[in-house]
Design a protein around this ligand. Sequence first.
Ligand SMILES: *Cc1c(COP(=O)(O)O)cnc(C)c1O
Length: 398
Amino acid sequence: MASGKHAHSAEVFHTRGQYPSRAVISRAAFEHNLRKARELAGSAELMAVIKADAYGHGAVPVARWAIAAGVQWFGIAQLAEAIDVRREIGEGPHILALIAEPGALFAEAIELGIDLTVSSQAALDEIARAGARNGLAARVHLEIDTGMARGGVQLEEVASIAQSLAEYQEAGLVKVVGIWSHLACADEPDSPVTLEQVKKFEQARSLLAEAGVYPPMVHLAASAGLLWHPDTHYTMVRPGIMLYGLSPNPAVATARELGLEPVMQLEATVVSVRDVPAGTGVSYGHTAHTAAAAHLATVPLGYADGIPRSASNSAQVLVNGQRTAILGRVCMDQFVVEAPAAQPGDCVTLFGAAPQLPTADEWAEKSGTIGYEIVTRIGVRVPRCYTDLDDEPLENCD
Ligand SMILES: *Cc1c(COP(=O)(O)O)cnc(C)c1O
């Protein structure tokens, strides 16, 4: 069964389960969000994006949950991540590596049946050579740069690369499985950029068709496209963030408004408490002073664990049913809150799904970032603990 020890980290951290914080990962919430995404996708296939260790939730346990719920496609960023995940989950579901650098482990990836992104002629040639050495056809998806200026083939190059794809396919060196691109402004529903990108995507598809290449998987939409641009769904959608219960843009609609349930709840154990008089400077730089006599609690999570330093004096946590803001600067390993009734050993919850809790999106707003960054940066010192469908803890949850 899914287990934290696969998901995170280096085997040297034998006592990780005893670290004073935990991220509780809810299977029930994940499956709920998956159902929502499926409803929106309709007849389109769903590729669950599990890059960056499933946005910090643990790629292998999350992939296993998704497989059990019928997901047959996974998207992951780096080729090496795809190889690691394939070795854990075994054959069966498709895994597409969205990125591959020159000299990446193409031969291994082809042998493991990993789908590869072709983002340039040079990448295609390298992939075809690796396939030839193996006597295997590499499964490839052509990436088009329709407006991110980040990855993929520019429109002017599509005709010639389409010719190469046709030739390599004819020679049995590649199998063209997909064509894809990525939207830059899909989380601003009124942006004209999305329509321009769709147009370019259509042009690229026509150029491929002219070369006699008809990839069955056509995919453009991530969460924001899936939620807000039904005309971008094509034959497959690639949601990531919404599966983890966060909104691609809370200013457009919050997770709650979208009917999503945050999957990660971040907790820690109070290390120590102290009573201090009015005017006490707190943490590095004394950026905060107590307004009155105060009871302070120290929480063993810091920026090394992914707590943004920019959340200093701003983000809130829940202690003993009460919300309270971080007092002073977030340190590397700890921060301080004012919490009148707190005792050492009490549980502090930073964010989660329950209505009284701050959300990761709220933390993002307080720290000048996005929810994606809050959850993906939760560090290796924080054990992930996985719950079953009844929200009962399975592992690492004691
Ligand atoms: C990250 C990513 C996704 C998923 O994006 P979300 O906004 O998390 O849904 C899909 N496709 C590509 C190419 C990505 O890089």
